[in-house]
Design a protein around this ligand. Structure first.
Ligand code: C2O
Ligand code: CU
Length: 502
C-alpha cells in the first residue's frame, strides 16, 4: 500500500464510519485488545525499579549520556520471551537523573529497523532537541520508506544528540518516542522511560527518599500466544501506512497491567511513608487508582511540587500525566497487604499491584504543609485567548483539532515569546491534552478547576463534552512545537497541531 498519509487518514475516517461490523457506527471509544497468551497470576513478581542511567562522561556543565535504541528480549510473562524495543534494550528505559540548570546531552544510536523520534515530555527544550514528529533519526542500517512531506524536517542518519538544559523546576518527566504516525506502536513496543529533575528546594524538604522514593510507571499491554507484544497496527512493520485498524482507532487497551514493566507486581514495604512518582505511560488507558484503607497525599503534579499537599481518596490519571504522591503505611501492621486497585477497570484490569507491609521501621520523613513557593501566573496578564476544538469528524478526517488533522506544514498558533495566553479547549470524547514546551495552570475545567488540576500541568484530562481554560507563558525558546491528544492512537491518527513561538 503506497497511499499518501493524508489520503490514508481520510480513508481511515471512512473505514471507521462504515465500521467493521457493517453497521454505520464510528468506534471512538478505546477498545480492549485481548491477549492470546495466558495471563499471569497477579502479585507473583517483585516490583522492578528501572535502573538509573550512568553518564558516559561528565564535565563542569554537562552530563553526557549515550543510549543504544535497540531490540531486546524481556521476561514479562512466565515461561515466554517478549521482544521489546528499548532504550539500552530495556523497558521502561533507564531513568535519567538530572539536576536543575545542569545540562544533559543524550546521544541516541538507532539500532532499530524503523525511524525514531525522541521527546522529553514535560521538558522545556530547544526545538531542535524537542523531537518534532518529523525530526526522524533513521536507523543506522538505513531506511528507504520515507513518505513525509515536511520541508522543515531535520532528518538524522543513524544517531542524534539531544541537549536538555533543565532550566526548570524539579519534576517527574518522562521520555518517549514521538515518530509521526507511529508513536502509539513504538511506545507500545517499549520506547519510554523516566527523567527526574531535582533541585535544591525539593532536596531541602524532609520527604521520603532513597529506598522510600519509588517510581511507578503504569502501562497496559497485550500479548500474542508466543509472548510477543500484540498491537493492531495497519502496517505491522511500521514502515508505511500510519495508525491502527479502524476498530481500534479510539485507542488500544491492553489486558495486562504492567508496573515498571512487570505484570501486576508486588512490593514489600515497611510501615512508614513512601513517595511514589506515578506515571501513566499507557497509550489510551485511564486509571482511577485507589487503596481500600488509605488515601493518597498528592505532593506534586506534572510540573513539580504543589504549593501544599492535596489528599485524594482516588487518583484519576490519564495517559502521560504524573502524580507525585505520599502513601503512609504506618497504620498497618506487618503482615497486612494492600492492593492498589483501578476503579476504572474490570476483571484483571481492576487491579494494579500489591503492597505487602512486612517490617517495622523508623520514619524520619515529614510532609510539610507548605511544599513550594510556587509563583502563580496572573490571568490578567494574558495577551490572547485561543480556542481549540478536539473532535472526531465522522465524515472526514477522523481525529482532528478545529476540524483539521495534523499537518506539519500548517501553523495553528503563533504565540509571542515571553507572553502569556489562555487556551480554551473543548472536546467531544475524552482526550488527555498535552502541550510541548510549556507548563500551564488550569483556570477552569467544566466550571472550577477539578480536584486533579492543582499545580503546574502539561497534560489535562478533558472528559467528554467538557471545556477547560488553561493559562501559560511561552518562555524559553522560539521555534516550532506540537500540541496534541496524548491518547497515542488519536495522536497518530491526526489529533495534533503546531504552534510556533515567535
Ligand atoms: Cu508525551 Cu508530544 O508527548
Ligand atoms: Cu484524544
Amino acid at each position: 500500500m503506497r497511499l499518501g498519509r493524508r489520503e490514508f487518514l481520510q480513508l481511515g475516517g471512512a473505514f471507521a464510519w462504515m465500521g467493521s461490523s457493517g453497521c454505520i457506527q464510528p468506534r471512538p471509544e478505546a477498545r480492549l485488545l485481548p491477549s492470546l497468551a495466558p495471563l499471569p497470576q497477579p502479585f507473583q513478581v517483585p516490583l522492578p525499579v528501572p535502573a538509573v542511567a550512568k553518564p558516559a562522561s561528565a564535565d563542569a556543565t554537562t552530563d553526557h549520556y549515550e543510549f543504544d535504541v535497540k531490540q531486546a528480549a524481556a521476561r514479562i510473562l512466565p515461561g515466554l520471551e517478549t521482544t521489546i524495543w528499548g532504550y539500552e534494550g530495556i523497558f521502561p528505559g533507564p531513568t535519567i537523573e538530572a539536576r536543575r540548570d545542569r545540562r544533559v546531552s543524550l546521544l541516541l544510536r538507532n539500532r532499530l529497523p524503523v525511524p525514531i523520534v525522541h521527546h522529553l515530555h514535560g521538558g522545556r527544550t530547544a526545538p531542535e532537541s524537542d523531537g518534532y514528529p518529523t525530526d526522524l533519526t533513521l536507523p543506522e542500517s538505513g531506511f528507504a520508506d520515507l513518505h513525509m512531506h515536511d520541508p522543515l524536517a531535520r532528518i538524522a542518519h543513524g544517531q542524534r544528540t539531544h541537549i536538555f538544559e533543565n532550566r526548570q523546576r524539579a519534576a517527574t518527566l518522562w521520555y518517549h518516542d514521538h515518530r509521526m504516525d507511529f508513536t502509539g506502536a513504538q511506545v507500545w513496543r517499549g520506547l519510554a522511560g523516566l527523567y527526574v529533575i531535582r533541585d535544591e528546594e525539593e532536596l531541602g524538604l524532609p520527604l521520603p527518599r532513597g529506598e522510600r522514593e519509588i517510581p511507578l510507571v503504569l502501562c497496559d499491554r497485550s500479548f500474542e500466544a508466543d509472548g510477543s507484544l500484540r498491537y493492531p497496527a495497519v502496517d505491522p512493520l511500521l514502515r508505511g501506512a500510519p495508525g491502527v485498524i479502524a476498530d481500534y482507532m479510539g485507542g488500544v487497551l491492553g489486558d495486562v497491567i504492567l508496573v515498571n514493566g512487570a505484570a501486576w507486581p508486588r512490593l514489600e514495604v515497611a510501615n512508614v511513608k513512601y513517595r511514589f512518582r506515578i506515571l501513566n505511560a499507557s497509550n489510551a488507558r485511564r486509571y482511577e487508582l485507589a487503596f481500600e484503607h488509605t488515601p493518597f497525599l498528592q505532593i506534586g503534579s506534572d510540573g513539580g511540587l504543589l504549593s501544599a499537599p492535596v489528599t485524594h481518596r482516588t487518583l484519576r490519571i490519564v495517559p502521560a500525566e504524573r502524580f507525585d504522591v505520599v502513601v503512609d503505611f504506618s497504620a498497618f501492621r506487618p503482615g497486612t497487604s494492600l492492593t492498589l486497585r483501578n476503579l476504572a477497570g474490570h476483571g484483571a484490569e481492576a487491579q494494579v499491584m500489591r503492597f505487602d507491609v512486612v517490617r517495622t521501621e523508623r520514619d524520619d520523613s515529614a510532609i510539610p504543609s507548605m511544599l513550594s513557593a510556587n509563583t502563580a501566573l496572573d490571568p490578567r496578564g494574558a495577551v490572547l485567548t485561543r480556542e481549540f476544538d478536539f473532535s472526531y469528524q465522522r465524515f472526514g478526517h477522523g481525529w482532528t483539532i478545529n476540524g483539521k488533522p495534523f499537518d506539519p506544514t500548517r501553523m495553528d498558533a503563533r504565540p509571542k515569546l515571553d507572553t502569556t495566553e489562555i487556551w480554551r479547549m473543548k472536546t467531544d470524547f475524552s482526550h488527555p491534552l498535552h502541550l510541548h514546551l510549556v507548563h500551564f495552570r488550569v483556570l477552569s475545567h467544566s466550571g472550577r478547576p477539578g480536584p486533579y488540576d492543582a499545580g503546574w500541568k502539561d497534560t489535562l484530562d478533558l472528559g467528554p463534552g467538557q471545556a477547560a481554560e488553561v493559562l501559560m507563558r511561552f518562555a524559553g525558546y522560539r521555534g516550532r512545537y506540537v500540541f496534541h491528544c496524548h491518547n497515542l492512537e488519536h495522536e497518530d491518527m491526526g489529533m495534533m497541531g503546531n504552534f510556533e513561538v515567535e
